[in-house]
Design a protein around this ligand. Structure first.
Ligand code: TRP
Length: 441
């Protein structure tokens, strides 16, 4: 594929935002925040996003654009040695993440169907919870939706970066955000919502411990699509005039805004309906329909919302699959279409046990984690942060002069934060991530 072919400046930023904004923001963020004490988590999360997160985001853009290659080849071209191994780990992480991501994306697809057939509105919240549980524990149904989701993702990736991704983000992401704001207004005006708001916004510092910091770090990498080369791949398609630090900051900002707003939707409603904030992965799927039930034309809102969430999940999934595909195309010289279809099929298979672990295979655990939890843990808690350490060290120590040249687009754009960025890459990010990882074990 031709490089440097995003349609416009805006096109690239939207596509990168499309990768970042997804289930991570709307499904994962609220329940992880709920499990980790609300306000305390939010504070640590935002602190990490705007320091380490922004720095790694810029580093990935820089590596991608400097090399104009997908991650493994990019690291080879810029430095070689053992560095390309980092790209490999990224490809593996992308594969694992997509396998379980697709299960949850399949749930959103099922909820589109439920919303369209009126199965969601005007029900008692407890019935909504029971119906969610019975759906995800079904051995067959979620797998059908998982298969459809993977097929659609494969379709977009085989169609190519420019046509497939860019256009779909232009209108829909802003629309998703507008709907989230409308939902936040409804949620915050429910009786009893204020207790939730204070849980979410008032940090209880005594709750900040190694687990909370670890969860915040994992969440920030997952939500920003960092640590496995997705942003390297996207950066590699970018024109050489683009202002990278500005783009990185913008993507980080938008992603954080969506997550924070999703929290404002879910958490106050959780308290208003007396759900349990530590409920886990089902939280959003149970709470949202309950909110829709309290809205005029909630039926329309629920349909529109799940459609948009599905599209947000799709643009994220595309970036995951793109990394795996690009590896086989660029490094192994395989043909794009057949290889993408094969990967899609493999991901479908690997996703099956993840889905069954919510039902018949619920009892199969390792280190007290189900198969789904284990896949998520290995990829998101271990591989992504390790990738973040490696990417930071690579930029900070191995190629910094070249990286700085790239970050300023060969001097066209002034970059006042060059020194703090170098300091972040060299010391702060690797040491902080390593410390958080070790403390979290
Ligand atoms: N960031 C996406 C989300 O929030 C998920 C995602 C897409 C991702 N690409 C990634 C996560 C790369 C980690 C790495 O839903």
């Amino acid at each position: 594929m031709q490089r440097g072919n995003w349609g416009s400046r805006f096109g690239f930023i939207l596509a990168a935002t499309g990768s970042a904004v997804g289930l991570g923001n709307i499904w994962r963020f609220p329940y992880v925040a709920g499990e980790n004490g609300g306000g305390a988590f939010l504070l640590v999360y935002l602190a990490l996003v705007f320091t380490i997160g922004a720095s790694v985001m810029l580093s990935e853009f820089v590596i991608g654009r400097a090399a104009e290659r997908s991650p493994v080849s990019a690291l080879k071209k810029l430095k070689g040695g053992a560095w390309p191994v980092v790209g490999f780990i990224g490809v593996a992480a992308g594969f694992i993440i997509l396998s379980f991501y697709s299960i949850v994306a399949g749930w959103t697809l099922a909820y589109i169907v439920k919303a369209a057939t009126g199965a969601l509105t005007a029900l008692d919240p407890n019935i909504l919870a029971a119906s969610f549980e019975s759906f995800i524990s079904n051995p067959i149904q979620p797998l059908i939706y998982h298969g459809i989701f993977i097929a659609v993702t494969v379709g977009v990736v085989t169609a190519g970066v420019h046509r497939g991704i860019e256009r779909s983000c232009q209108l829909l992401l802003p629309l998703l955000f507008v709907i989230l704001i409308a939902l936040a207004v409804r949620s915050l005006t429910l009786p009893g919502a204020m207790e939730g708001l204070s849980f979410y916004l008032t940090p209880d510092f005594s709750r900040i411990n190694a687990d909370v910091v670890n969860s915040a770090l994992t969440q920030s990498f997952f939500s920003l699509s960092l640590g496995m080369g997705a942003m390297i791949t996207y950066g590699s398609y970018l024109s050489h005039k683009e202002n990278l630090p500005g783009a990185a900051l913008w993507v980080v900002f938008c992603d954080a805004m969506v997550a924070v707003t999703a929290g404002l939707v879910i958490i106050p409603a959780v308290f208003a309906f007396s759900f349990d904030p530590t409920e886990g992965p089902g939280l959003v799927f149970i709470t949202l329909p309950a909110i829709f039930g309290q809205m005029p034309i909630g039926f329309i809102f629920s349909l529109l919302f799940f459609v948009l969430l599905f599209i947000a999940a799709l643009t994220s999934a595309v970036s995951l699959l793109e990394v795996v595909t690009a590896y086989f195309v660029d490094e192994r010289g395989l043909r794009r279409k057949p290889v993408t279809i094969c990967i899609g099929f493999a991901i479908f298979l690997v996703g099956i046990p993840a889905s069954l672990s919510f039902g018949p295979w619920n009892g199969i655990t390792l280190f007290e984690m189900t198969i789904f939890d284990l896949m998520e843990y290995v990829a998101a808690n271990l591989m992504l942060p390790l990738g973040g350490i490696a990417i930071s060290l690579f930029v900070g120590w191995a190629i910094f002069p070249r990286a700085l040249e790239e970050a300023t687009s060969k001097g066209i754009h002034p970059f006042f934060w060059a020194r703090p960025w170098r300091f972040l890459c060299r010391y702060v990010a690797p040491l902080a991530i390593a410390w958080i990882l070790i403390a979290g074990l």
